[in-house]
Design a protein around this ligand. Structure first.
Ligand SMILES: Nc1nc2c(ncn2[C@@H]2O[C@H](COP(=O)(O)OP(=O)(O)OP(=O)(O)O)[C@@H](O)[C@H]2O)c(=O)[nH]1
Ligand SMILES: [Mg+2]
Length: 458
């Protein structure tokens, strides 16, 4: 017999289709929420959806839908009146309906009992909700309720590795929590920590808002000192040729980073696998060197606070000479994802640098679609990181981009200044080298400012 118990905690997705949202966008947004859930280690056991003019002020959806939702979680399905009770540890009645096809707006109530173990302990909402809406949903479902921002914050919190990323996430998380803190004495029911990390470890539940603000200020100060270091490192790279890989989460940025630089950055079929910026030289090394950076990805409705927190991380993209914008061409929703990327780039003011648009994962696209994409996106390059020939093409394009601005000039380096010959070899391409009574004669190719710097040393 198949064991019906999921290995991972169950989640039920809740989505409201507002009048200005097309069926297609609604479905893709909910599917994305499902992928976010999976990234968080949750099993999606069902979806409850409803078309509404706006979110219900009380508990997001109407009474009937609330009951549907509670069938997945084992809650009462009604928002109790009176003061909030601690969240129940034990689930009561078994779940009676299950809907995981994600189709249509109605949840078919099936009389088949779902084993209690297959129930959802978390409700994920594809919207940002007010603290009171979340609280009402929690009380009606008996489950932990996370809105879209909380889900993204929880993933960021789990994936942050460096001190810088951890500080950035923690600041965004505390800012998110501040308006959601319960009045004094409340919040005890949150102890033990849920998926959202609220109440876990170094919890701020007991802290009042003022203390929380102090903590944010403290973290900001620490972050600033780290950022000073990384901005110094970035300054040092100013004279170098830099390329930033940017795009929606899971587009394949880190895969390209690995392919182009041979670095061992993390590649995962997860959302927001990368939070830290990595910078490595293009391999095989070009002369002069070209540096590639891989950084955090973007997503629809990325919490504004998170973008603000990650600003310094994203500076790498802002300062790049060339932006390689990647999209997952095998995802039908990629044009919307591209628009999100453009918006975030505008927000961080990374709009000056020239861009190359790469329709990545083209190996997953059939020939007909490939042809259509090539016509619809004439300025884009269609590539797959899995194809070594495509990797070579990409490398060539990057090298060619920097070559375009380069000029060729002759230098005569006196024998007393041979150090400059060494410098020329590292910062320029030396096309010809010969020796006569005046010194070393070099014909070099590089950007004009690089050659000017060499001349200054003569
Ligand atoms: N078939 C195919 N899969 C790819 C290609 N590029 C990337 N992938 C896969 O897509 C998934 C995500 O790739 P990553 O390189 O981690 O994506 P990312 O843009 O760095 O994602 P985040 O860091 O999470 O924002 C991985 O499972 C990769 O193996 C491609 O060209 N073809
Ligand atoms: Mg990555």
């Amino acid at each position: 017999m198949i064991d019906p118990r999921p290995e991972r905690p169950g989640a039920v997705l809740l989505g409201v289709q507002l009048p200005d949202v097309s069926d297609e966008d609604f479905a893709s947004s909910l599917a994305e929420l499902g992928r976010l859930a999976k990234t968080l280690g949750l099993d999606v056991v069902g979806r409850v959806t409803q078309r509404r003019g706006r979110l219900a002020t009380g508990a997001v959806v109407g009474e009937g839908k609330l009951k549907d939702l509670a069938r997945f979680t084992g809650g009462t399905g009604v928002v109790p009146t009176g003061p909030p009770q601690p969240r129940r540890k034990e689930r009561g009645t078994p779940v009676e309906s299950r809907d995981d096809d994600g189709e249509g707006e109605e949840v078919a109530a099936s009389p088949d009992a779902v084993p209690p173990a297959a129930r959802a302990s978390v409700v994920l909402i594809d919207h940002d909700v007010t603290p009171s809406q979340a609280r009402n949903l929690e009380r009606a479902t008996g489950a932990e309720v996370l809105d879209r921002t909380a889900v993204i914050l929880a993933i960021f919190q789990r994936h942050a590795r460096s001190r810088e990323a951890r500080l950035q996430v923690e600041i965004a998380r505390l800012n998110y929590m501040a308006p959601r803190l319960r009045e004094s004495g409340a919040g005890k029911d949150r102890q033990g920590g849920g998926i959202g990390g609220r109440g876990a470890g170094e919890s701020s539940i007991e802290l009042d808002r003022r203390k929380l603000r102090d903590r944010v200020a403290e973290l900001r100060a620490e972050l600033q000192s780290i950022e000073r270091d990384s901005s110094t490192r970035r300054k040092r790279r100013e004279q170098q040729n830099t390329v930033a890989l940017v795009g929606y989460t899971n587009a394949g940025k880190s895969s390209w980073m690995r392919a182009l630089t041979g670095s061992g950055v993390l590649v995962q079929d997860k959302l927001f696998a990368t939070l830290d910026t990595t910078v490595r030289a293009l391999q095989p090394e070009s002369v002069p060197r070209i540096l590639i950076s891989d950084t955090v990805g973007f997503i629809k409705k990325l919490p504004h606070d998170l973008v603000a927190s990650f600003r310094s991380t994203l500076d790498e993209a802002r300062d790049a000479d060339l932006l390689v914008q990647l999209v997952d061409a095998s995802d039908a929703a990629f044009p919307a994802q591209l628009e999100v990327t453009r918006e975030v780039l505008r927000e961080i003011e990374a709009t000056d640098a020239p861009r190359v648009l790469v329709l990545n994962k083209i190996d997953k696209v059939d020939a007909a679609t490939r042809e259509r994409l090539a016509i619809e996106w004439p300025d884009a390059v269609l590539l797959s990181v899995k194809d070594p020939a495509d990797v070579a093409t990409m490398r060539q394009r990057i090298v060619a981009f920097f070559e375009r601005d380069m000029v060729e000039e002759d230098l005569v380096v006196p024998y007393a200044k041979q150090r400059v010959v060494g410098e020329a070899h590292s910062s320029c391409r030396v096309v010809e080298e010969s020796y006569d009574e005046h010194g070393t004669r070099l014909r070099v190719r590089a950007r004009p400012e690089v050659i000017a710097k060499l001349r200054a040393g003569l």
